[in-house]
Design a protein around this ligand. Structure first.
Ligand SMILES: Nc1ncnc2c1ncn2[C@@H]1O[C@H](COP(=O)(O)OP(=O)(O)O)[C@@H](O)[C@H]1O
Ligand SMILES: [Mg+2]
Length: 419
């Protein structure tokens, strides 16, 4: 299936995309592949209702069992050679690395990817390399969380080892609160289908501003594609992601430190190829790594980024995986931002009012509500979905932030809470 005519002469290339259930990004990756004239094979856990053009090009793999998934991909590739294996989201990165390694394609070392998938393994790898990060302890079920909280220094953050999107990440200001947070995190793990008796992380709470760094690795070299400021303070007790604005308004010297820190963290973890998404706290004593993931920014947030002459982040990722050129792919000069619309409380989504008014705000380029009416929604720390996304572009970061706030203020989210 040839989706379009791209820049390549000769045989059509084929990319295998790993699509986790519930990913927001299938469409953006498929579109990017079409723009490059690359054939797409989709590997996911369920045979999904893909577009008719995808028929016969879908593969069912158990993403939660990376070894089995990698084997299935390698077997498929024996009959239908692929030129790249790309995970569109976090849940696919491990099988993608394992399959691509066996097929001799661009990949991260699987052990490095495994370290990013487990927050304890990440902390240990960063610690071994002396990369600045919060003091931490690992808590088993028998451990006294109150004591561990005092050891790392209060306030602290209690978090699960395996979840994402701030799910189950809770700040505690005293030992009793740390014990209570631990209980709540274990209940959230249970609800998420993860082991509620597994280890938890207890970390010192890092005060200060937070930035997200979007990067692309090439032969171990880190290219920083964008640094996003998160202008809403992230002081807890829950850490809702809301507004991201790029370019960062931090001083050049601080940004230099952020770049160096992420490069050191990536090297410590052993990542060498493809997208990285890192979070860094910029505190009074310098920059510290919150975490590094071997994937690009989540949700629909990548739509805030445009490179060269209107190239998407997904296209950059595919170009890298296929060994195509990346010259001239600087982010556009305009400031840009996205707001992940928070879920105000748990219940059933009745409707979102004011969407047209939000769209009409100067600088707003998109309003996407991603939860369907009548669906259950969950607020943090239990929740794991966003209500939707607002996108803005403007001459300056300050104007982008103002547009996002103004558009958000137009929205009225009606949630029916069962009593
Ligand atoms: N030690 C910490 N100090 C301060 N804030 C933290 C700390 N750990 C996590 N956070 C906050 O919680 C958010 C989510 O935590 P993180 O470890 O990145 O987990 P997730 O995988 O859910 O994103 C971070 O972006 C940050 O704002
Ligand atoms: Mg994070």
């Amino acid at each position: 299936m040839l989706v379009g005519h791209g820049p390549m002469i000769g045989s059509v290339r084929r990319v295998l995309l790993l699509l986790p259930t519930g990913t927001y990004r299938a469409g953006d990756f498929v579109l990017a592949a079409a723009r490059l004239g690359v054939e797409v094979v989709v590997a996911s856990e369920h045979r999904q209702a893909m577009a008719a053009s995808m028929e016969g090009r879908a593969l069912v793999v158990p993403l939660h069992r990376p070894e089995a998934a990698a084997e299935a991909i390698v077997a498929f590739a024996a009959d239908h050679p692929v030129d790249a294996v790309v995970a569109v989201d976090e849940q696919g990165v491990q099988p993608a690395a394992m399959a691509a390694e066996r097929l001799g394609l661009v990949h991260n070392p699987p052990p490095a990817v495994a370290a990013t998938r487990n927050k304890v393994a990440s902390r240990r790898a960063l610690e071994a390399a002396g990369v600045p990060q919060p003091r931490f302890r690992v808590a088993g079920t028998g451990d006294d969380l109150g004591r561990l909280a005092e050891e790392v220094g209060l306030p602290c953050v209690v978090k699960p080892v395996s979840l994402s999107a701030s799910r189950g990440v809770i700040r505690a200001d005293d030992p009793q609160a740390a014990v209570a947070a631990g209980r709540r995190v274990r209940a959230i793990l249970d609800q998420a289908g993860e082991d509620p008796d597994g280890p938890l992380l207890v970390e010192h709470f890092l005060p200060g501003a937070e930035v997200a760094v979007e990067g692309l690795l090439h032969g171990g070299e880190l290219d920083v594609l964008a640094v996003f400021d998160k202008p809403d303070p992230l002081d807890g007790p829950y850490f809702e992601e809301t507004i991201y604005v790029t370019p960062s308004r931090l001083a050049a010297a601080v940004l230099h430190e952020v770049h160096a820190l992420v490069a050191a963290a990536v090297a410590a973890l052993g990542l060498t190829e493809g997208p990285v998404h890192a979070e860094v706290r910029v505190g009074p004593d310098g920059c510290r790594v919150v975490e590094v993931a071997a994937r690009s920014i989540g949700g629909l947030c990548s739509r805030a980024l445009r490179f060269g002459a209107g190239v998407s982040l997904e296209e950059l990722i595919l170009r890298h995986a296929l060994g195509l050129g990346l010259e001239g792919m600087q982010r556009e000069l305009r400031a840009s931002g996205v707001m992940m619309i928070p879920i105000p409380r748990s219940g059933v989504l009745v409707e979102v009012r004011g969407i047209e008014a939000a769209r009409a705000v100067e600088g707003i380029e998109g309003v996407e509500i991603t939860v369907t009416r009548g669906r259950p929604v969950q607020a943090l720390p239990e929740g794991d979905r966003y209500l939707g996304f607002l996108f803005a572009r403007a001459p300056t970061p300050g104007q982008v932030e103002a547009a996002l706030r103004q558009a958000h203020a137009c929205l009225e989210v009606v949630v029916d809470t069962p009593r």
